[in-house]
Ligand binder design. Structure first.
Ligand code: NAD
Ligand code: DAU
Length: 343
């Protein structure tokens, strides 16, 4: 009988990684999941509380830049598939402190791929972002990012992700490492860290605090419910072609200001809470993914409509207050003060 697979997931205590862990436990209960996360400010072990009770789930608190530690995990667990979510993920933080982004996002990815080469895997999957393509103008709604769009990163974050993508493709070409890369648009859903637009707006609304909108709020993002992203990655690691890049997005473009107003409406809060604050440096105007390749090759389509996804998300934040209140009462308070006080 064929042995069930062992999937190693890095960054599994963060937003998308944890949703992916729960997705795998639900859809492939026979597989073993090895989660590697060093628990930065964005990683939260309480997010994995239920997973930790599952006998097919194991957690290692290890930094992906720690070569010795990562090799020991590969030696012990012999993963078949590795999915690399671990990253510094917040654009605003990358503008303040770029170095850690290069360490984790570039050098950490290299350590993971070296471990895959050394121990042998069926697949190394790099979770990347649409931000590697830079941005699109607001007055050209006919333009979308395809896998052929040139890399043109704007922030230290997106430059670090683009570097990791190039390295992954180089490891495929040079060492035949069986690599795939996915570039997804903005995700939203449960366990989203409250420094990002949607959870920050929900949390501030619920506390009747000002809602910071950068500039005029006309920037457009292409929002996808996190479970749809998880399903796309699951398809790519099992059926995607080695060496390929797959864009993931749901044709759901929205302006920031409209998202913030929609959350106010849902929670019955006044628009007077909205504060237009200084714009983000180098702020990308519009992201919009053309997902034709993953649709045509793998049959992927988003399943959650934005109206349903945002309702589920807001309800999740209402019923899981302790999760985000614990976060915003900790070191996050200093971050918030520093980033927003004189903005
Ligand atoms: P997140 O910030 O919520 O979580 C990142 C996780 O990685 C945390 O648990 C953190 O502790 C861990 N981590 C960070 N540095 C580490 C290191 N050196 N070693 C081990 N663990 C480390 O991020 P997210 O929003 O869940 O994003 C996950 C991945 O998806 C990232 O690679 C990001 O670039 C990509 N992505 C995110 C989005 C989005 O909308 N959030 C969209 C497309 C792609
Ligand atoms: O597109 C995928 C990317 O989406 C991922 O690669 C990143 O990891 C993820 O953080 C996200 O990046 P964004 O910069 O688009 O997300 P963020 O939630 O930080 O911001 C969304 C938009 O809202 C952006 O135009 C900036 C704006 N914004 C953000 C914050 C935090 C505000 O107007 N006010 C805010 O307080």
């Amino acid at each position: 009988m064929k042995k069930s697979k062992t999937i190693l997931v890095t960054g599994g205590a963060g937003f998308i990684g944890s949703n992916f862990v729960y997705y795998l436990l639900k859809t492939h209960p026979e597989e073993k999941i090895v989660c590697v996360d060093c628990l930065t400010y964005a990683g939260n072990l309480s997010t994995l509380k239920e997973a930790l009770q599952n006998k097919n789930f194991v957690f290692y608190k290890t930094n992906i830049c720690n070569r010795k530690g990562i090799y020991e995990i590969f030696e012990a667990e012999k993963p078949d598939i590795v999915v690399n979510f671990a990253a510094e993920s917040h654009v605003d933080r990358s503008i303040e402190t770029p170095e850690i982004f290069l360490q984790t996002n570039v050098l950490g990815t290299q350590v993971m791929m070296d471990a895959c080469r050394t121990y042998g895997v069926e697949r190394f999957h790099q979770v990347s972002t649409d931000e590697v393509y830079g941005d699109l103008p607001l007055d050209r709604p006919d333009l979308f990012f395809t896998e052929e769009t040139p890399i043109r990163a704007s922030s230290p974050y997106s430059a670090s992700k683009a570097s990791a993508d190039l390295l992954a493709q180089a490891y495929y070409r040079t060492y035949n490492l069986p690599v795939t890369v996915s570039r997804c648009s903005n995700n939203y859903g449960p366990y989203h860290f409250p420094e990002k637009l949607i959870p920050l707006t929900i949390a501030n609304c619920l506390n009747d605090r000002p809602l910071p909108v950068y500039g005029e709020g006309k920037n457009v993002r292409d929002w996808l419910y996190v479970e749809d992203h998880c399903r796309a990655i699951d398809l790519i690691i099992r059926k995607g072609r080695v060496g390929e890049v797959y864009n993931v997005g749901g044709h759901n473009e929205m302006r920031n200001i409209d998202i913030v107003k929609l959350i106010c409406d849902y929670l019955g809060k006044p628009y007077s809470l909205i504060r237009h604050v200084a714009d983000r440096k180098g702020h990308d105007m519009r992201y919009a993914i053309d997902p034709a390749k993953i649709h045509n090759e793998l049959g992927w389509l988003p399943e959650t409509k934005f109206a349903d996804g945002i309702r589920k998300t807001i309800e999740w934040y209402l019923t899981n207050r302790e999760w985000w209140e614990t976060i915003i009462s900790g070191e996050y308070r200093d971050y918030y003060e520093k980033m927003y006080k004189n903005r």
